[in-house]
Design a protein around this ligand. Structure first.
Ligand code: MLT
Length: 266
């Protein structure tokens, strides 16, 4: 499905009914990331998975894409779909940065948060320099060079041999990214603010999910968010790296299903 937003056409997928669950993908991915959730949770919620601007079948518009801008896109999608009740907002990695931005801007529209493989802090100086290097690499060598650099870090070390289908799926999703989308997201992530100070104000139920073997964002980031968010639950998934929803789909879905049930209909 597609919806025309102010400056681009956003593609999304909707399945199921009931409580709305917005699924925000990470970088440099697309809504295809959520395939195991779109299948496994279809009876548990109204699943709404957008392709963020620049990704999947959404238009590759020029960046930078600030996390607030991506959150605004999600809010505009929900408005366009006439979703008026509060939604559970789930985000993985960059999607988690967007989920936290969405909460900061639209708290009244949030029924709960699911923060997967993400963190609250801003980039370090080294992290910012790496964003510039990655953007230059994407511009000079194209998407393939980014895929080559990202792939060895995306999954738990053991997943590369044990889960070849996941490796192939993650590769295929990344290969479908556009240079504009990659650079736009990198520049947006580089400038994202530290949202640690708002964690203590979050008063919605929050589920924090993280892979024990995440090579990109260490589990201690999830533990720090759990310590700061009052009404939060933390679940570490074994033998899972950064793409824990693909690497441990059953455990991931079970945790989300339990969380949705614990929130009830309110
Ligand atoms: C992601 O998976 O969305 C990114 O790795 C997050 C980041 O680069 O900070």
């Amino acid at each position: 499905m597609q919806i025309q937003l102010k400056d681009f056409t956003l593609a999304y997928e909707e399945r199921g009914e009931g409580k709305p669950l917005l699924l925000i993908h990470g970088y440099p991915l697309s809504r295809a990331l959520w395939e195991p959730q779109m299948e496994g949770l279809v009876d548990a919620a109204r699943l709404i998975a957008p392709d963020l601007r620049g990704y999947g079948q959404s238009d590759p518009v020029p960046g930078p894409y600030s996390m607030d801008m991506l959150a605004d896109d999600c809010a505009a999608l929900l408005e366009g779909m006439k979703v008026t009740q509060p939604v559970v907002v789930a985000g993985l990695s960059m999607g988690g940065y967007v989920a936290l931005a969405f909460y900061r801007k639209y708290a009244a529209r949030v029924a709960g948060l699911i923060l997967a493989a993400t963190r609250a802090g801003a980039d370090s100086a080294e992290g910012k320099a790496n964003r510039d290097k990655s953007a230059a690499l994407a511009r000079e060598k194209g998407v393939g060079a980014i895929v080559e650099a990202m792939l060895p870090k995306l999954l738990a070390p053991k997943s590369y041999e044990a889960k070849p289908k996941v490796v192939a799926w993650a590769t295929q999703i990344m290969e479908s990214a556009s240079v504009e989308g990659i650079v736009g997201a990198l520049m947006g992530m580089k400038e994202r603010p530290d949202v640690t100070p708002i964690l203590g104000q979050i008063d919605k139920p929050t589920l924090i999910l993280h892979g024990t073997d995440d090579q990109l964002i260490p589990p201690k980031e999830a533990e720090a968010m759990h310590a700061a968010i009052k009404n939060s639950t933390l679940q570490l998934l074994p033998e899972a790296g950064h793409l824990l929803n693909l690497e441990q789909p059953e455990l991931f879905n079970q945790a989300v299903r339990g969380f949705l049930q614990s929130i009830g209909d309110g």
